[in-house]
Design a binder for this molecule. Structure first.
Ligand code: CTP
Length: 393
């Protein structure tokens, strides 16, 4: 931990006194620690003790104008290598999950571009409450590390999970976190397809579907954030290109297939595009109404995902997506086997209509089915990027 900078946010709970020992341990291991204490945290531990242990100024107030002049909260949130919240109370994590920024601690947590680790501490019923569990799932989906609390007798007299992990255990988790590369996908090339395909009927009309491309673009962005070289092959969508992503625009399924082949070799491919299964012979001139309903000659489009799965240079990890309106898991499980991909992500578009900001997905692998909580598409993308990093490690 030598030379690492930790911003320690201390929430209000009886376990806050353990933060003093945590500061001491982290400093002993060579890290510098800057403390922020919430208003309720100050009821349990004084800024003066923390200042003495950290040998640094302790921050308590968002509206301390002197500090805003010297060092704004944005800067404070970014000067650390890691932001640690200990104890992370149920209330503080709920506000983090909701994106609330109404005091210095929550403002820093919303403004930071650094990894965040939470060490929760609360009463067992509060820990087990569905609202807390939902918030923790959201935070984890947002890429925040939430440690499991310890189990045992509590200050309130009850027994169960909810105790703040011992300072030694928190310090060990911090050390692991700081030694893990922040770009776990660096050196990996990943292909992502996204959006719909448009199959022309005549020069002015197309066959299309409702895909917005948002989920695929979010996945491309999350993979690039994790250090991957990303080739995003996008059907017609109106979305900006994510930072650090190489984008190739296509219209039809056959163009998409050709670009996927061109982009190989790759370590992984995630086929999020809603590819039109059928195309028609394109009329050379606009079809006129007077000629009556057009007789369209339907042709089957290539299945890009199935083709990639049997390609000689098949990526190590191939992931399909399946938007289903009925029995999503059942259909997607059969689809995974039929197409020969490693994982399939099923989303139930009868709950979340296509084009929205959230999805409820099920990750289907040969180990079984995991149902994730309903979350924002960016949170799903980050969680998936983490899983891909683990699989390619
Ligand atoms: N896919 C593909 N090429 C196609 C059709 C689908 O690569 N011609 C990919 C999609 O990108 C997605 C997965 O296959 O990753 C599942 O797509 P979906 O449309 O659900 O599958 P279909 O085989 O078209 O099945 P359905 O009968 O449900 O439309």
């Amino acid at each position: 931990m030598n030379g690492k900078r930790i911003l320690l946010i201390i929430g209000g709970g009886i376990a806050a006194f353990k933060s003093c020992e945590l500061v001491r341990l982290l400093r002993k291991q060579g890290a510098s620690v800057r403390c922020v204490v919430t208003a309720s945290g100050q009821k349990f531990v004084t800024p003066m003790s923390l200042a003495a242990l950290s040998e640094d100024k302790v921050y308590t107030d968002l509206f301390d104008l002197k500090d805003e002049a010297e060092m704004g909260h944005i800067q404070l949130s970014r000067q650390a290598d890691l932001v640690v919240v200990a104890p992370a109370t149920a209330d503080l994590m709920a506000r983090m999950a909701a994106g609330i920024a109404d005091d210095l601690a929550t403002t820093l947590l919303l403004a930071t571009d650094k990894p965040v680790l939470c060490a929760p501490a609360m009463n067992v019923r509060m820990w087990q409450h569905p609202a807390t569990q939902r918030n923790i799932a959201t935070l984890r989906g947002d890429g925040i590390t939430v440690l499991e609390p310890d189990e045992g007798p509590m200050a309130c007299g009850e027994f169960g999970p909810g105790r703040l992990p011992e300072p030694e255990a928190i310090a060990a988790a911090i050390a692991v976190h700081l030694s893990t590369p922040t770009h776990p996908l660096s050196g990996k090339h990943i292909i992502v397809t996204a959006g719909p395909t448009h199959e022309p009927i005549d020069p002015v009309r197309v066959i299309a579907n409702r895909s917005s491309g948002k989920q695929g673009f979010a996945i491309a962005a999350a993979l690039a954030e994790a250090g991957a070289k990303v080739t995003l092959i996008a059907g017609p969508v109106s979305l900006p290109t994510p930072t650090g992503v190489t984008r190739i625009d296509v219209e039809t399924a056959r163009q998409m297939e050709a670009e996927v082949t061109n982009a190989l070799p790759a370590d992984a491919a995630i086929m999020v595009a809603a590819v039109a299964d059928w195309r028609v012979d394109e009329a050379p001139a606009k079809l006129k109404k007077e000629a009556g309903p057009p007789a369209l000659n339907w042709q089957k489009n290539p299945d890009i995902l199935a083709g990639l799965c049997t390609a000689p240079n098949r990526p190590k990890l191939v992931i399909g997506f399946a938007a289903e309106t009925e029995t999503a898991v059942e259909h997607a499980t059969a689809k995974r086997l039929r197409k020969g991909c490693d994982w399939i992500v099923a989303n139930d578009v009868s709950i979340d209509k296509m084009g929205g900001e959230q999805n409820r997905v099920h990750l289907i692998t040969d180990a079984g089915t995991e149902s994730w909580d309903r979350m924002d598409k960016t949170a799903i993308a980050r969680a998936l990027a983490q899983r891909i990093a683990d699989a390619l490690a």
